[in-house]
Design a protein around this ligand. Structure first.
Ligand code: RNT
Ligand code: ZN
Length: 419
């Protein structure tokens, strides 16, 4: 049987429970998901030689890390060719591309340092999201940036943030697609601080100063990402959940909250937080990752929580209110494969959520038909979702499961192993 024949059967089966798989496929094709450039080079970038800092870590030494902009772009092109759906490019400021002898520090970055990325985005007809880089830099003073008690340090990082708003403006203008600009710092303390409020007050003022740089919130969308702890920053994080949610609530006309599902205590789930935030914020942003016991940034799987997050976005009709970005980095396996598996899995999770009779199930809940709800929720797990997924890949002109790994192996042999 061909993919299309199998799909016809699956489509009929889903139709019997009120699911229009064709509509699901068409909707998903238009939902942008940000592909993080930093999976390709272990979060190093092109503007420094030092180590990765800020409480995050990549482990592993698989061959083939991208060392130049050309290599990184080539790798991302490979990934894009293997992934269905609509991609956005997610860049960090440390991926600035300098001409010979032109290097400037992060507070002096300009749109021209990202021209090559804009060319890349235009070539692929995709939007760009952006992140100031508040880590891996010698101006991180005693583990602090925007919340540092040292004014000069704060000012440097505020200037960096403002330069990034200008660059985000440039991305939005050039591509015509809104640019989500995420503010995350690893600011915090390894051990018990004597002052928890001071750093937060300074952090608040610093972010406010960054957001004074002019932008149109329809096109440039700053967000603040919270975190619970990092490596070497175990006792206290300045940008905690309460801090960022309150900040975003207070500045809701120009800023939104970003939840990274690796940034909470292990029994907390972001799937439950999404609908809570959607009650209050017109738009929110997500970093989709997989925490294994801690913020380990493992490759996203098609697992229960990933699926639950997608369900919350889909069934609350929020595909256009939630800005989705992948955020993980695994250097222990083929990086192109890591990227592809994670991107495809988030697509799968969304497609599966779209192939769910959400309205009927809500009705069951409201009518307290919870016995039936459990039965239906369990039954759908063995529906022929794989056939719908294969059809989606076919319509997007990308390989189905079972077909793309050979391409990764070929690319590894021909390209990655020669680096
Ligand atoms: C770190 C945050 C942050 C980074 C990226 C590289 O814990 O999740 O989003 O992963 O900015
Ligand atoms: Zn993140």
């Amino acid at each position: 049987m061909t993919i299309q024949q199998r799909y016809e059967d699956a489509k009929n089966m889903y139709a019997q429970i009120g699911v229009d798989t064709e509509q699901a496929i068409q909707i998903l094709k238009e939902v942008p998901v940000s592909l993080h450039c930093w999976q390709g080079d272990d979060v190093i970038g092109f503007d420094h030689d030092g180590p990765l800092t800020g409480g995050i870590q990549t482990t592993g030494n698989y061959p083939g890390r991208a060392r130049t902009p050309e290599e990184l772009m080539k790798d991302m092109e490979k990934v894009i060719s293997l992934c269905p759906g609509k991609v956005k490019l997610n860049l960090h400021a440390c991926y600035a591309i300098f001409k010979e002898g032109e290097k400037v520090d992060r507070d002096k970055l300009e749109p021209k340092h990202f021209e090559k990325w804009v060319e890349f985005a235009k070539l692929h007809n995709i939007g760009i999201d952006f992140n100031p880089t508040f880590f891996s830099h010698d101006k991180v003073k005693d583990g602090l940036t925007l919340s540092s008690p040292d004014q000069e340090t704060r000012e440097f990082w505020i200037e960096h943030g403002r330069a990034c708003v200008r660059i985000a403006n440039y991305f939005a203008k050039e591509t015509g697609i809104p640019c989500v600009m995420n503010i995350w710092t690893g600011d915090g303390f390894k051990d018990i601080p004597a002052d928890r409020m001071g750093p937060r007050q300074r952090y608040r003022e610093s972010i406010e100063k960054i957001l004074e740089e002019p932008y149109d919130f329809k096109m440039v969308k700053p967000c603040v990402e919270s975190k619970v702890f990092g490596i070497g920053v175990e006792s206290y994080t300045v940008g905690s959940a309460e801090f960022t949610l309150s900040f975003a609530a207070e500045h809701r006309e120009k800023c939104m909250p970003l939840m990274d599902n690796g940034h909470y205590h292990p029994t907390e789930v972001v799937s439950d937080k999404i609908p809570a935030l959607l009650c209050f914020y017109p738009e929110i942003a997500l970093h989709i990752t997989r925490p294994v016991r801690w913020d380990s940034d493992h490759v996203v799987l098609f697992d229960d929580e990933t699926r639950e997050m997608a369900k919350e976005i889909v069934r609350n009709d929020a595909l256009n209110r939630v800005h989705m970005a992948l955020d993980y980095f695994d250097a222990g396996i083929n990086r192109i494969s890591a990227w592809t598996v994670g991107f495809r899995n988030w697509q799968k999770a969304m497609l599966s959520a779209l192939c769910t009779p959400n309205k009927d199930w809500k009705k069951m809940q409201d009518e307290n038909r919870l016995t039936e709800l459990m039965v239906r929720q369990e039954e759908i797990k063995t529906y022929p979702f794989g056939d719908v997924w294969a059809e989606y890949c076919r319509q997007c002109n990308v390989p189905c499961d079972g077909e793309w790994f050979a391409e990764i192996e070929k690319y590894e042999k021909e390209v990655l192993c020669n680096r």
